[in-house]
Design a protein around this ligand. Sequence first.
Ligand code: B12
Ligand code: SF4
Length: 445
Amino acid sequence: MKVLFLEIDTARDWAVASIGPAFLSATLNRAGHTAEMLRVSPDEALSDVVTAVTAVAPDVIGVSMTSRQWLRGREVLGAIRAELKVPVIAGGLHPTFAPEAVLETPGFDVVCLGEGEGAMVDYVEHVSRGGDPYRADIDNLWFEGQMRPKLRPPFEPIDTLPWMDRSLLDERWGVRHMTTQRGCPFPCTYCAARKFDDLYVGVGTYGRRRTVQSVIDELLAVKRDEDLSFVIFLDDTFTIHHTWVNAFCDRFKADVGVGFSLHARVETVNQKMLARLAEAGCVHITYGVESGSERVRRDIMKRKVSNDRIVDVFRWTQELGIVATANYMLGVPGETWGDIQETLTLHERLQPDDFGYFVFYPYPGTTLFQVCKSQGLLPDDYLEQPANHRASILDLPDLSSEQIAAAYDLFTDARRKLMQARHAGLSDADRAQIDAHVDHIAATG
Ligand code: B12
Ligand code: SF4
């Protein structure tokens, strides 16, 4: 059977593509099926997409969607459905946490809840045996018009999952993407990723981490068979489980020997661990700072850490020569203009090497989504509105959308200044390009 995954590109050109289908493709390959990927760019004519899909002649179409990809995904799959009768199965964060809305939309036949490897193989085998593609009893798969399915336990042992099929990823210049774990133990109220852990309560433990040996083996295979110049670890929080991180550091430099970047929470690192990471080749860490107001972090986001600790961790990181990036959020329910000022103040203290700033969007399934819904802050047609991080869709009592927009502009100004300061010796033309880049990121955030 031939499966075609569609990658729905949104406003930004996300070079890497979705990670989920790369795992599914590897699992399908192991079961004797083939899979390929078709990228659909944001401005591609729908008729061209239909022509391209027709040329591939897939038996099944799979699509992975975040909430940001939903509106365009709906449009694309609707157009395909109008011309072709190929079963469409959707998975990923958005279908998992807004399954009813997806299933009632023309173009979508099946939604995969949660982890997809086992379910996708079972589905493809069911169809290849001549089973009805629009009706079956397969754990995790919700067929249009049927009851919500049972979930199968998370895949175990995680080391036996085949490595991602990198032919589906648009990796360039030997920069490789890796995941070493699934699940996150922290309770951040705005986070969609950690909702997978909640989804599996009573079914099994979603949090799992590969062995260091398995991670090193995969990287060595990439180094041997393809090219490897840098590794981006996509894990939500790479630095949990200190014993694992120490064992990783012991092996990585000697066996793999390239630079790498990761995401961390300030509570999970200390000076000793940062020094080991730097020694192993870590050159860039992104920390979620989110707000400069300890009240907002503690009471609204459920992130209990002091500003002083964040400042210390940024200093330790930078003293080791590791580039430190901060991520901030603006416009969560309960936040005030004063809180935003505190975020700017903390930003001044941190002096990060770079930073991202995102207007809060309530992802379906999250705690803050429920808060927004129960307090009437969400518009009724929220699923019809673009899910982006540059403008608020909420009607907040303590912060107007004009204030959020003004705050967003302040952060854009701050980022322009930071980038200009870093490239002080450049020509006027190059400096204008830097500003244009910062503005582009802000306009597509
Ligand atoms: C890596 C990553 C990226 C990468 C790659 C994106 C990707 N989709 O893989 C990049 C850098 C491009 C990226 C960008 C963004 N990301 Co991102 N990203 C992640 C991250 C950290 C890890 C994803 C990952 O590695 N998953 C591992 C794979 C194995 O899991 P998975 O994708 O869920 O896939 C499994 C199942 O969902 C299912 N499945 C998935 N697809 C399909 C399809 C079919 C057919 C089936 C059957 C099953 C299935 O099976 C898979 C295997 O078990 C997640 C957090 C997380 N832990 O999920 C955030 C996350 C997905 N990102 C998020 C966001 C918001 C963004 C951005 C908007 C950031 C921004 N502010 O600009 C952009 C938008 C990109 C886009 N195109 O929409 C949110 C999405 C929330 C939501 N509900 O939509 C998440 C959950 C972060 C969060 N904490 O909330 N991101
Ligand atoms: S630490 Fe990161 S991935 Fe984990 S719950 Fe918080 S925001 Fe989500």
